[in-house]
Ligand binder design. Structure first.
Ligand code: KDG
Ligand code: MG
Length: 403
């Protein structure tokens, strides 16, 4: 089953996506998501210039061997660009393997370990009243786990709050990064009030999550975790910058609020200490940024040994191909926790057709062979690449802070 073509399409159906398409001599096609928000063309070039030529003539069935060749064979290992490129190849090969076997990928991974995958969705608002209205709308749609974010009084802009108009939240904008302002003190006072208001209004029947987006110091995060304990959070996410693994020891010593981290991780080495020292409860690495299905399964297998569960990143900048691949992994691993779901802005559905379905807050990848997503190249060509950047965050005195 020789690979005869591997090509990259960069398009913007609602937002920028980089898609790898791999074809075999038998006429099978596999796709993988290679999107890295704000750095799309770096991954496209890595694939086009350095990886696609190496794929031609390889046996598409040899997924592990291809992964090892691309990872070890590059000598320069890890990093978001490399691992997103490797992930796209890996998912495309699993897609082809599923089609060759006439099976959905989750069957190849061991079959369904559950009936469906619990999703968490996002509720947000400029005010607490807006947040409550949005929370109710998500409850009405059947979601059982909801992330809550609200604008912080006194701050002009806050992570996770969409512009008015009802569109799915999208932080990337403009041909240069927009600059936001940040002040920790009002945030630390307000975040517990926000969560308390949700519990007072809606009770304890829904799993509540909150994303701190890397903005606190370890001791500030410990204070937030303690303040949120009465509200029984499902998790707080990215309380401190994710690359500082030992910071979580400080947070852990002070609070029983569950901790989640990992959306910016790209290899098992990024989370080794967090998992083996039991410093977190959920690992949020994603298929498309952490080396594909092959490597993500390895991360989750390590996590399982230490009682850590999965909670994969699933923001809108991970394409439907990535979300589908995540669902196949989520269905089949023993230590699944929850899967993030934001949906995709139209006209993504003109370009990606999907077999997954969502009902009562749970997703199923569907039983189409492979990952169950088709990519329409002609439709993608109607939506050309549109350069956009994630924002930069500055403290009130102008110092650059974590965004
Ligand atoms: O591209 C960056 C986004 O994916 C990220 O800001 C979203 O934090 C995020 C989340 O939890 O979905
Ligand atoms: Mg996040």
């Amino acid at each position: 089953m020789r690979i005869i073509d591997a090509r990259v399409v960069v398009s913007s159906p609602g937002r920028n996506y980089v898609t790898l398409i791999v074809e075999t001599e038998d006429g099978l096609t596999g796709i993988g998501d290679a999107t890295l928000n704000g750095r799309e063309l770096a991954v496209a070039s890595y694939l086009r210039d350095h990886v696609c030529p190496l794929l031609i003539g390889r046996d598409a069935r040899r997924i592990e061997d291809t992964w090892q060749c691309l990872y070890r064979g590059a000598y320069w290992r890890r990093g978001p660009v490399t691992m997103t490129a490797v992930a796209a190849v890996d998912v495309a090969l699993w897609d082809i393997k599923g089609k060759a076997a006439d099976m959905p990928v989750y069957q190849l991974l061991g079959g369904a370990a559950r009936d469906g995958v619990m999703l968490y969705t996002h509720a947000s608002g400029e005010t607490l009243a807006d947040l409550h209205e949005d929370f109710q709308a998500h409850l009405d749609q059947g979601f059982k786990a909801i992330r809550v974010q609200s604008a912080i009084p006194g701050l002009e802009k806050t992570y996770g709050i969409p512009a008015p108009g009802g569109e799915i939240y999208e932080p990337a904008s403009g041909s240069r990064p927009q600059e936001d302002r940040w002040d920790t003190a009002p945030y630390l006072d307000f975040a517990p009030q926000m969560v308390a208001s949700i519990r007072e209004e809606f009770g304890y029947g829904t799993h509540l999550l909150h994303d701190v987006h890397h903005r606190l110091s370890p001791i500030e995060a410990a204070r937030l975790g303690k303040a949120l304990e009465p509200h029984r959070m499902f998790w707080i996410e990215d309380p401190t910058p994710a690359e500082d693994q030992s910071a979580f020891r400080t947070i852990r010593q002070h609070t029983t609020t569950p901790l989640a981290v990992g959306e910016v991780f790209n290899s098992i080495w990024d989370c080794q200490q967090l998992i083996t020292e039991r410093l977190i409860d959920y690992i949020r690495a994603s298929v498309s940024h952490a080396g594909g299905i092959t490597h993500l399964r390895r991360i989750f297998a390590l996590a399982d040994l230490y009682g850590v569960r999965s909670g994969s990143h699933g923001a809108g900048d991970l394409s439907p191909a990535s979300f589908a691949a995540a669902l196949h992994v989520d269905m089949s691993i023993p230590n699944f926790g929850v899967q993030e779901y934001m949906g995709h802005r139209p006209p993504a559905d003109e370009v990606f057709s999907v077999s997954y379905s969502i009902s009562e807050g749970h997703a199923h990848p569907g039983d189409a062979p492979g990952i169950g997503v088709t990519f329409d190249e002609e439709a993608a060509a109607r939506h050309p690449y549109d350069p956009k950047y994630l924002p930069i965050n500055r403290r009130l005195d102008g110092t650059v802070h974590d965004w």
